[in-house]
Ligand binder design. Structure first.
Ligand SMILES: [Zn+2]
Length: 812
């Protein structure tokens, strides 16, 4: 799956013994032959599944919200008992075909077989990862129980039906039609897909593979999928060569789903996306274009890594996700070199994971899970970003050719089957002759990451490592760190796997560590002499990003003071590089949001100076950054809001990256609630809807923001856009923090229900409630005491860090 903001459960990570209730005695499932009769209008279905299965004892199947009517074998009834989410069938030792008849309803949440509305219409679509296939059919819902799927669907004849494989036959009878799909190769249950609705398709191809995009038909326009097609073709071309294995299915669908909890999902041959991730036209911003390319490449990487070869159990979920994350950046860097996309990798994947992993309530990359809820909570920055960063570190350590060779051999060996992390290390080790397992195991089984303290002492550079924690606590632990060092421009590598190491350095003129931010660790340079040597070095944009990002973390953990941090910021006021300039903008904005009064001047000064620097630059990254800087300035500066807002009447002529700032400026200078609501309602793309939503959350008058929140909760805003969207935008507007907190508190039950079965709410809480909650710690503790919510601990931990920092700044 693809997503950006998630959080993990801080609770104990218990050794997995029971995977699901079902499957205990089952040795093998060969095939599911599924017939579904779907009443599209009444939102009901009845099903008959013939399961070719062998077992050493009674068979248990997973089934959630399904009503099983009968179980038969060879036309004879078999006794069964349905309790909780399990169907126990008294087969005894068994080998043959079980026929299960059942009924179910279309799900109200965004998982299982659910209704995705658009306007007054809807499509039905599935989202099964991790444990939701059991909401459509009784099955052994476990990734290691791979089987062939043969799917046949009867429904209204005017609707399209899409699944993993091409249609084998279609038969019409009056108002209904029966569509039979070709049999899939062996695959895991979570990868099955079914979509029903008025989909419109575009067609393309890559070599022998038929490529389709599918989106819902609306009166006001159609999704424009040119960029998505191009990204898909580039991805297929790249991976077929890199892995040495052709894409395995005859066709590949990219499906735009109107409501979707996550960003995208890698159902084999039928990948689903949010609409915003498939649509690009002349009004599309650079950041959305980058997301389209990256997410398409991510999902297509899963066609091999995840779908063809699957993890044995969810504790190796990270392997799927970090690998797809890492590979996607390779593809995008090759296909769209102008974006210099590895900078975004370091900022989003590595940076996001380092922020997350410095909390006490983190988890190891390889987490032990046993329940479906715990699995959901694993879709977070650790599984995606930290894992991907460690893979990048390993690739740098063994070399890209050997890395590719090991990966390709691993995929060859385990195709149509399951594997674990150690299987991959073994192949990387064989390909490289280096001790990959030692390094990997030093990182994946353990929480957190190190800070390396560097100091100079009588001609020696002394390096000492310990765990880095935002709480400021000290924890003596060691990791195997491939430290890179440049002394007077000469680079060397040192494997620091003990607490302390020394290197002789004779009177250097310049010195820096963790060159280009390739390592997953921070550097704490001690003492003014060493610090001046660092700044005397030739520093790349990535290096300066690293210095800014480490300083931010040290400010949060109390390692450096607010005063020291301000001193460092001064070095970045004339920053010309995309990545460090962006990083500093993010951090000053974070500070402004937790201590608006004290930080507004600083933030205004920085954003004005950046806007000037970016004025003359024409490359896409500069354009993206300029758009972000301008939108932030529109919140900070009334005069600028007025100036930007004046362009609102001719918004169509404004370049795509700048539209946000014009809408935010207009909202703040006009308070035109009704006008913006009207524009919101008339928008035809997700991206425009989000732009107006940002305007609507940016009013200076908080009562108007509250009105928008009510409007959203009344079903006028896509559920997917309420968290990452409305809540996110209101968090960026300090004038709206108080009403947003009240809204969140009053709607917590509804929000929890809205995102049920996904880890999205906990992600939103950690990202946004930890900011709007500053100054309200007691109230938030009270709320979390009354409502048990996954992710509450991490949210509180981060909130308390922000609260402490806000106090320090306010008192200064
Ligand atoms: Zn993924």
């Amino acid at each position: 799956m693809a997503l950006k903001y998630l959080i993990a459960k801080p609770s104990d990570w218990i050794i997995m013994q029971v995977t699901t209730q079902a499957g205990k005695a089952v040795q093998q499932v060969n095939e599911y032959d599924v017939f579904l009769d779907v009443d599209f209008d009444a939102l009901r279905f009845s099903g008959k599944v013939r399961i070719d299965i062998s077992s050493t004892g009674d068979i248990s199947l997973d089934a959630v919200d399904l009503e099983v009517a009968s179980v038969k074998t060879n036309d004879r009834n078999v006794p069964f008992k349905q309790h909780g989410n399990v169907v126990d069938i008294q087969t005894g030792r068994f080998s043959g075909t079980l026929e299960v008849e059942y009924k179910g309803k279309v799900s109200e949440s965004l998982t299982g077989f659910y209704k995705a509305p658009y306007g007054d219409k809807y499509v039905l679509t599935t989202h099964f990862e991790a444990g939701h296939a059991r909401r459509l059919l009784p099955c052994i819902d476990h990734p290691a129980y791979k089987a062939d799927f043969k799917l046949t669907v009867r429904t209204r004849s005017d609707l399209s039906v899409i699944s993993n494989m091409p249609v084998e036959s279609e038969r019409k009878e009056g108002n209904t039609k029966t569509v039979a799909f070709q049999k899939t190769p062996k695959m895991s249950t979570y990868l099955l897909y079914l979509g029903i609705g008025r989909f419109e398709e575009d067609k393309n191809r890559h070599n022998k593979t038929e490529l389709y995009t599918a989106s819902v038909v609306r009166p006001d326009g159609k999704i424009k999928t040119g960029l998505a097609f191009e990204a898909a073709q580039k991805s297929l071309e790249f991976y077929e060569k890199y892995f040495g294995i052709p894409y395995d299915l005859p066709k590949l669908h990219l499906i735009a789903v109107p409501e979707f909890a996550y960003g995208a999902m890698e159902n084999w041959g039928a990948i689903t996306f949010r609409e915003i991730l498939l649509h690009a036209d002349k009004d599309t911003s650079t950041s959305t274009k980058k997301s389209i390319a990256e997410v398409v490449a991510h999902e297509i990487a899963h066609m091999w890594f995840g779908d063809l070869v699957t993890m044995k159990w969810w504790d190796d979920l990270w392997l799927n996700e970090s690998f797809a994350t890492f590979m996607a950046y390779k593809v995008v860097d090759w296909a769209y070199p102008q974006w210099k996309i590895w900078q975004d990798f370091v900022k989003n994947s590595t940076g996001g994971a380092m922020a997350r992993d410095a909390l006490n309530s983190t988890h190891p990359i390889e987490a032990k899970v046993r329940s479906p809820e715990e699995i959901e909570e694993l879709f977070d920055e650790i599984s995606y970003g930290k894992g991907a960063s460690i893979l990048r570190m390993i690739e740098a350590y063994i070399g890209p050719d050997k890395f590719q060779k090991g990966v390709s051999k691993y995929l060859q060996q385990f195709r149509y089957s399951n594997a674990s992390g150690s299987d991959l290390w073994n192949h990387l080790q064989q390909a490289s002759g280096l001790d990959v397992s030692h390094v990997m195991e030093g990182w994946i089984g353990k929480v957190g990451y190190p800070v390396v303290k560097a100091s100079l002492s009588s001609g020696k550079l002394v390096l000492e490592q310990e765990r880095f924690l935002l709480s400021g606590a000290r924890d003596k632990q060691t990791w195997p760190i491939p430290v890179t060092i440049a002394v007077d421009g000469r680079t060397q590598q040192l494997m620091l796997d003990k607490e302390r190491a020394e290197i002789t350095v004779a009177d250097p003129k310049s010195l820096k560590l963790n060159i280009d931010r390739t390592g997953f660790y921070r550097i704490d340079y001690r003492g003014p002499v060493l610090q001046s040597l660092v700044w005397a070095s030739k520093l790349s944009g990535l290096d300066r990003y690293g210095l800014a990002n480490d300083a931010w973390a040290f400010l949060n953990s109390g390692r450096i003071s607010w005063k020291e941090y301000q001193g460092l910021l001064e070095r970045f006021f004339d920053e010309e590089d995309y990545l460090p300039a962006f990083e500093v903008s993010e951090r000053i904005t974070n500070l402004f949001l937790i201590a608006p009064k004290k930080v507004a001047d600083l933030s205004r000064r920085y954003h004005k100076s950046q806007l000037k620097i970016l004025e003359g630059k024409r490359d896409e990254n500069s354009s993206l950054l300029r758009g972000t800087i301008a939108a932030r300035l529109a919140i900070l500066d009334d005069a600028y809001a007025h100036e930007a807002g004046a362009k609102f009447k001719d918004l169509a002529a404004v370049e795509p990256d700048m539209k946000r700032s014009v809408i935010v400026g207009y909202a703040r200078s006009s308070n035109d609630h009704d006008g913006l609501i009207d524009r919101y309602k008339k928008s035809t793309t997700d991206e425009d809807r989000l732009r107006y939503l940002e305007g609507l959350a940016s009013f200076k008058r908080s009562d108007l923001v509250r009105k928008v929140q009510e409007f959203a909760m009344a079903g006028n805003v896509k559920r997917q856009d309420i968290g990452r969207g409305l809540l996110q935008f209101a968090t960026s507007n300090p004038d709206a923090h108080a009403v947003t907190w009240e809204w969140f508190r009053d709607n917590i039950g509804k929000l929890d229900k809205m995102y049920e079965g996904t880890a999205t709410l906990s992600a939103y809480m950690r990202a946004y409630v930890s900011i709007i909650g500053v100054g309200r710690v007691g109230e938030i503790e009270k709320l979390f005491g009354e409502h048990r919510l996954a992710g509450a601990d991490a949210t509180l931990e981060r909130l308390k860090i922000h609260d402490r920092l806000a106090n320090e700044i306010t008192k200064s």
